[in-house]
Design a binder for this molecule. Structure first.
Ligand code: ADP
Ligand code: MG
Length: 226
């Protein structure tokens, strides 16, 4: 279980997160849904360890992770632009986080995760020769390769066609569920959020307004904003 409690954060005296509480059960995918600038990325960066909160704590399985640097939290991150390395093959991109293991194990693991995202046989392809959807799956494979304890995705489909997004969000959900990972998915797009999430946390101006299943949120919104 991931427990976020009392998280606040300011940038230059402007409060961008106020007293955020959120509990995420193991194996659930929670979506942070809200308009641009409401603080979604900042909250994700705090959970990832890329930013320190002013107040509050983040516990995973009952233990605070705040004292751990980002690379020791074993959390996977995937961003909007995928940040694939353009001059590397698919296999080299996926292997990027696996440096510490033996070469034979790396090959095996790369094959495994490429199979998971339905890109078996793509090892030697240059990433510049892939479609947008394929690049997105390579980025996902790269995040999955080190077997993270938590997967965080920040608007991972933001640069793709609107009509592709809902389908890819459903595909992402299927893969994350197959691995049994706990996920936090950030988006400003409601249909994408509803396609991927077990629970949706609606954010507005640095606060969480409501956390519910997509269906309950739709049937019983707590406020006009929701
Ligand atoms: P979202 O991801 O929901 O669009 P962000 O978390 O990126 O929102 O940003 C929330 C607010 O914090 C915005 O007003 C943004 O301009 C501000 N902000 C984010 N990062 C920084 C930073 N490093 N320095 C100053 N202001 C920041
Ligand atoms: Mg953002």
């Amino acid at each position: 279980m991931l427990q976020i409690s009392g998280i606040s954060k300011s940038f230059e005296a402007v409060l961008v997160l106020r007293d955020i509480d959120l509990t995420i059960n193991d194996g659930d995918i929670v979506c942070l849904l809200g308009p641009s600038g409401c603080g979604k990325t900042t909250l994700l960066r705090i959970i990832a360890g890329l930013e320190q909160p002013a107040t509050g704590d983040v516990h995973l399985q009952g233990r605070s992770v705040l004292g751990l640097p980002a690379h020791r939290r074993d959390f996977g991150l995937m961003f909007q632009d995928f940040a694939l390395f353009p001059h590397m093959t698919v296999a080299e991109n996926v292997a990027f986080g696996l440096k510490m293991h033996e070469a034979a194990n790396i090959q095996e693991r790369v094959r495994e995760v490429l199979y998971l995202v339905s890109l078996q046989g793509f090892e030697g392809r240059d990433v510049s020769q892939l479609s947008g959807g394929e690049r997105q799956r390579v980025a996902l494979a790269r995040s999955l390769a080190p077997s993270p304890r938590l997967l965080m995705l920040d608007e991972p489909l933001g640069s793709l066609d609107v009509n592709l997004r809902e389908r890819l969000a459903t595909e992402l959900r299927t893969i994350i569920k197959a691995v049994g990972l706990t996920g936090i998915y950030v988006t400003h797009d409601q249909s994408e959020a509803f396609a991927i999430a077990d629970q949706v946390a609606v954010m507005n101006a640095g606060q969480i307004e409501q956390v519910e299943t997509p269906q309950s949120l739709f049937l019983q919104p707590k406020s006009r904003f929701v």
